[in-house]
Design a protein around this ligand. Sequence first.
Ligand code: ADE
Length: 242
Amino acid sequence: MRVDVVSIFPEYFAPLDLSLIGRARANGVLQLAVHDLRTWTHDVHRTVDDTPYGGGPGMVMRPEPWGEALDALAPVDAPPPRLLVPSPAGAPFTQAMAYELAAEPHLLFACGRYEGIDQRVLAHAATRMPVTEVSLGDYVLFGGEVAVLVMMEAVTRLLPGVLGNAGSLDEESHAHGLLEAPIYTKPPSWRGHDVPEVLRSGDHGKIARWRREEGLLRTAARRPDLLAALPADRLDKRDIAA
Ligand code: ADE
């Protein structure tokens, strides 16, 4: 997968050299390039922002450098990337979206700062490529950089060959629209707290059932919204009894 990131703070992306993402880059599973938006400015101050039309606080990113950046990274004669623009006004980023993005050959992230990017940049880009504004959650960050780090981590771990044990993808929280059951390791007893007996029983059927029920209970307690959104055919009789 090819990923381009455009930002006025390329230094934010240093962690993408580390750990499993760094290894995916070294292996060639992920071809990631980070670009400084100011490369596409032409004045001495390398200006990227200006005051908002209509008034209001803060500054807005001017369209010209963004237009040139997108022309360079998504040339009209090449297959278009999917453009992702982190924004608190975007569609929620979910595990389902991570899977969707992991299947794309080329992603292009545009990191806004200040109050955001002039909307015409997105309108123009949409004539050439699919554009999605994405939100990490209902809170406001300084800019899109940290959101891109989060999305890159969620997407990279889904790429084939990145996780040593791909089976862990099947069991983790959100894999089946539910939260994962609690997990334990050695020792069996620690500071008066014991590992649930069933997990030490060796009975794989019982263990699977216990994990399913604990996942359901946790989801009901912490994320009733997820449970309500679960298609009815994802719950069996035993789930309902639990
Ligand atoms: N930029 C600022 N706030 C954001 C958020 N919540 N999600 C994604 N990008 C953002």
